[in-house]
Design a protein around this ligand. Structure first.
Ligand code: HEM
Ligand code: HEM
Length: 187
């Protein structure tokens, strides 16, 4: 929560995590949806899914670093505090995004690992298979990945709508917290 004397924007590391992971997730979403339309076992579905998995597992590895850093660095102060309800709603939405960033790649991992499929990282190495090869488990992972993927798309859409509303309609400081302009410094 806001502490006096702190900056009004997320620091470089937090912004780096936010924008890098946002870019990775948007690319992973696009590749996942596109690959899901292709016939299994054909090219380029296989190649696109290898990139999709590599990006998704990168997100999974970055997430604990981001969360630990976030817990240490905290949240920037507001220049003009939002209402209690707005702040609770934003916090809940952000927590949901964190949960989705965890469970979406995990469900994809379970789907692929239990299905006996590859777990590549950009052709450099393969991730270990930590679950047994099991058709029912793989199908459960597939179903979870599909529905969590939809849930992610919806919550992300709301996040983007909220950001757009703050940036273009209310024209308040919210966008500047993640994209600081020169004036977003402590006064
Ligand atoms: C996959 C994409 C994205 C994910 C998973 C995501 C997730 C998050 C999370 C978890 C936070 C809260 C940060 C924290 O307090 O720890 C946040 C904040 C924010 N995000 Fe995103 N985001 C994504 C994309 C975007 C995009 C594309 C934009 C802008 C167009 C954006 C703009 C913002 C802004 C302005 C904040 C700061 C809100 C505030 O604290 O007042 N995000 N995002
Ligand atoms: C940020 C991480 C991830 C995001 C945003 C994401 C998103 C998606 C989406 C939206 C789909 C399309 C779902 C459908 O219409 O069936 C998909 C498909 C898929 N994902 Fe992911 N995913 C992520 C991580 C992973 C990981 C880590 C793996 C495996 C290691 C994985 C494996 C797959 C596979 C194999 C498909 C194809 C599903 C099918 O055709 O039935 N995903 N993903």
């Amino acid at each position: 929560m806001s502490r006096p004397g702190r900056a009004f924007h997320y620091d470089r590391v937090q912004r780096g995590f936010h924008w890098l992971m946002a870019a990775l997730i948007l690319v992973a979403l696009a590749l996942g949806v596109y690959a899901a339309w292709q016939v299994p076992g054909t090219s380029p579905r296989r190649e696109l899914l290898d990139i999709h998995k590599s990006i998704g597992l990168t997100v999974l590895l970055l997430l604990p670093l981001r969360v630990v850093y976030r817990l240490i660095a905290g949240e920037p102060a507001y220049r003009s505090a939002p209402s209690r309800h707005a702040h609770i709603a934003a916090t809940l939405a952000h927590l949901t995004l964190y949960a989705l960033m965890l469970f979406l790649p995990i469900s994809g991992y379970v789907y692929s690992a239990a299905g006996g499929y590859g777990l590549p990282w950009f052709g450099v190495f393969s991730f270990p298979r930590l679950v047994p090869v099991d058709k029912a488990l793989s199908q459960a992972g597939d179903g979870a990945h599909y529905w969590i993927g939809w849930g992610f798309g919806i919550v992300l859409g709301l996040h983007l709508l909220a950001v757009a509303w703050h940036a273009w309609i209310r024209r308040d400081e919210v966008m500047g917290r993640m994209w600081p302009r020169g004036d977003a410094r402590p006064v």
